[in-house]
Design a protein around this ligand. Structure first.
Ligand code: NAD
Length: 317
């Protein structure tokens, strides 16, 4: 008998993850506030529902892929939530990237209601979600981790059980803090190199064979040219948006504040992404930070900025 998954949050990540679950032989029911997302999901062969109760009541697994901790708490808690309507024995898996406190709060409530739950945020972004090669960083008990693995294996390639509930979020936040700072550093380097009269390709060729090399430079170079697949060659279409990176940098600073860790560089990087977002570029790829640092966010972009600020406000609301 095929196992069933109720998937909540059928957005940029959730949709391809559902596709891989269906291809992996799972029966998948879905729920999203967006009618367009539900229709797209139906076209895959998934079954969309309008209420959490209907989506989850017979599911073997519930998987959530939602924007923030507030959304995750809304979906799991309260009289209409997953914890009230899932049947006993359902395994709960939150793949969203959210703050550690919300993650632990929901996990504790799930345990109190008798459910096994893991936080299982992902790395790899949309291309890895499409190709079923996400990396999962999983927090929870040994039992919950073992129970959660089968659907994760349909969506990913690398699985790390990194500790108790909330530890998946903690590792994810550390990873993205590194990646956010790296992109600012690389963008500053190309800005300096350009003004020193060097060309991008020369700098790329040397640094990728030298001590400054890193993943963000090799895979995600913020200047056009050296890495043909990077968003810089496609007008900074995401990829991973400034809004998402800003959210993750803020999560890192919130976590650092809570445990009194000194993270001055990450604080500066968060402020730089805030500047990019405030300039109206929230929905472009985070590597567009290069345009800010190199002085390329020009007046001529003002018209499109108006649209972008409007869309940013829609996302925030
Ligand atoms: P998205 O905005 O494309 O999708 C989120 C979906 O959740 C939307 O379709 C929205 O309508 C739906 N939603 C919101 N509240 C809901 C509710 N109460 N009930 C049902 N549906 C609801 O976002 P995404 O890019 O898919 O990202 C989802 C999560 O994955 C985020 O936490 C993000 O940080 C994380 N993530 C994203 C990427 C990426 O590259 N996009 C990479 C790694 C991790």
């Amino acid at each position: 008998m095929p196992k069933s998954v109720a998937f909540i949050g059928l957005g940029n990540m959730g949709f391809p993850m559902c596709k891989n679950l269906l291809q992996g032989g799972f029966l998948v029911s879905g729920l999203d506030l967006s009618p367009a997302a539900c229709e797209r999901f139906r076209s895959l062969g998934g079954v969309p529902f309008e209420t959490i109760a209907d989506a989850v009541h017979t599911a073997d697994y519930v998987i959530t892929m939602l924007p923030t901790g507030k959304h995750v708490r809304q979906v799991y808690e309260g009289p209409e939530g997953v914890l009230k309507h899932a049947r006993k024995g359902t395994v709960l898996i939150d793949c969203s990237t959210i703050d550690i406190e919300s993650s632990r709060t929901v996990n504790t409530a799930a345990a109190g209601a008798g459910f096994d739950m893991v936080d299982a945020p992902v790395s790899g972004a949309v291309p890895a979600a499409i190709e079923g090669r996400l990396t999962f960083m999983v927090g929870g008990t040994d039992t919950a981790y073992a129970l959660a693995l089968p659907p994760l294996q349909a969506m990913g390639k690398n699985f790390f059980h990194v500790g108790a509930a909330g530890c998946g979020q903690a590792v994810k936040i550390c990873n993205n803090m590194m990646s956010g700072m790296s992109m600012v550093a690389i963008s500053e380097v190309f800005t300096l190199a350009e003004r020193l009269g060097l060309d991008y390709q020369t700098v790329f060729d040397v640094v990728t064979k030298s001590s400054g090399n890193c993943w963000a430079l090799q895979q995600y170079c913020p200047v056009p040219g050296p890495v043909p697949t990077s968003p810089a060659n496609n007008e900074y279409a995401p990829g991973f948006s400034v809004a998402m990176m800003l959210k993750d940098m803020r999560l890192s600073q919130q976590a650092a504040e809570q445990v009194k860790a000194s993270t001055p560089l990450a604080g500066a990087a968060a402020a730089i992404y805030q500047m990019v977002a405030s300039s109206g570029y929230s929905d472009l790829d985070f590597s567009v930070v290069f345009k800010l640092l190199s002085g390329r966010l020009l007046e001529s972009d003002t018209a499109s900025q108006v649209d972008r600020v409007a869309s940013q406000e829609r996302i925030a609301s």
